[in-house]
Design a protein around this ligand. Structure first.
Ligand code: ATR
Length: 282
């Protein structure tokens, strides 16, 4: 890395932050595009988040990403929240404006849809049913983006049904909360199945779901990237469904932030995937 005194600086705030792949991602792009800049991990405890965010303009930061557990609480620390992030109720990207004010955005859902578009034909999603497993923060961002894309009914399957019902009430549109026990029954006719729960992640229980009713043309996606090919993706691929792993969403969600901070619209390439996978993911 070769940074001058004029370098643009951004970072990622998390607690813990050491597992974040964002430094590896953004510093790859900075090097690739020969930009005088740096992207650093910022270990910020929840009780210091407000102060850390408000310090960004004074320190001359262009902005930051936010990761667990800061995405919701950060809403109270920024000057403006864009419409999409307000709808979702969480932010993952901070942008410091020339006047020193801070805007919060959420690029997770857009990152998910871009990753889908990059690896498969999703035109058929328009007006057609989707099944989403989970109703946490990631599910909110993805649901909002799928609604914007024009997906049809969104069957929202969650262990805690009330959480799915709350999401329907908050986001509106054609969201149908489904009890966890009925997850296999809503698969017929789906064009897309997405796992946003923690099930199947390294160290978590397996995701058990009978895929018999799912059309073989349906795209199956998992937002987990440790492991890269989850049990769900493995089962789906074996029966012939197109699959999309979770790394694409991670890479694509970083693009709008990079553009705002460093002024260049970066590309997600095979070389980038290989770079992030090398020691970073598996
Ligand atoms: P994130 O914000 O990253 O989406 P989260 O808010 O912790 O994470 O959400 C995790 C999701 O995994 C939730 O949908 C959760 O279900 P609940 O709302 O019922 O908690 C789901 N989840 C976690 N453990 C689960 C399990 N053992 N069985 C089914 N779903 C589970």
């Amino acid at each position: 890395m070769n940074i001058s005194g004029k370098a643009k600086i951004a970072g990622v705030m998390g607690c813990p932050v050491e597992h974040s792949l964002s430094p590896r991602l953004h510093n790859y792009w900075l090097k690739e595009y020969k930009i005088d800049g740096a992207f650093i991990p910022l270990s910020v405890k929840p009780e210091n988040l407000h102060q850390a965010i408000r310090s960004l303009p004074a320190l001359g930061f262009a902005g930051a990403n936010l990761t667990v557990p800061h995405k919701e609480t950060a809403l109270n620390a920024v000057d403006r929240v864009d419409k999409n992030a307000a709808r979702i109720g969480a932010i993952n990207t901070l942008v410091v404006s020339n006047d020193g004010s801070i805007e919060g955005k959420n690029t997770d859902g857009v990152g998910f849809v871009e990753a889908l578009e990059a690896s498969t034909n999703i035109e058929s999603l328009k007006g057609n049913p989707v099944v989403l497993l989970g109703a946490g923060g990631a599910a909110r961002a993805i649901t909002a983006a799928l609604q914007d894309y024009g997906a049809g009914e969104i069957y929202l399957v969650n262990r805690t049904l009330e959480r799915a019902e709350r999401m329907r009430d908050d986001l509106g549109g054609k969201i149908i909360p489904v009890d966890w026990k009925e997850r296999a029954d809503v698969l017929s006719g789906a064009k897309l199945l997405v796992n946003t729960t923690v099930l199947g992640m390294v160290g978590q229980p397996a995701l058990e779901i009978n895929l018999d009713a799912l059309p073989v043309t349906a795209v199956v996606s998992d937002i987990i990237y440790r492991p890269l090919i989850t049990g769900l993706l493995n089962n789906a691929a074996r029966r012939g469904n197109p699959i999309v792993d979770g790394l694409g969403m991670l890479l694509h969600q970083g693009r709008p932030g990079f553009y705002s901070w460093f002024g260049r619209d970066p590309k997600v390439t095979e070389a980038l995937r290989t770079h992030v996978l090398d020691r970073g993911v598996l």
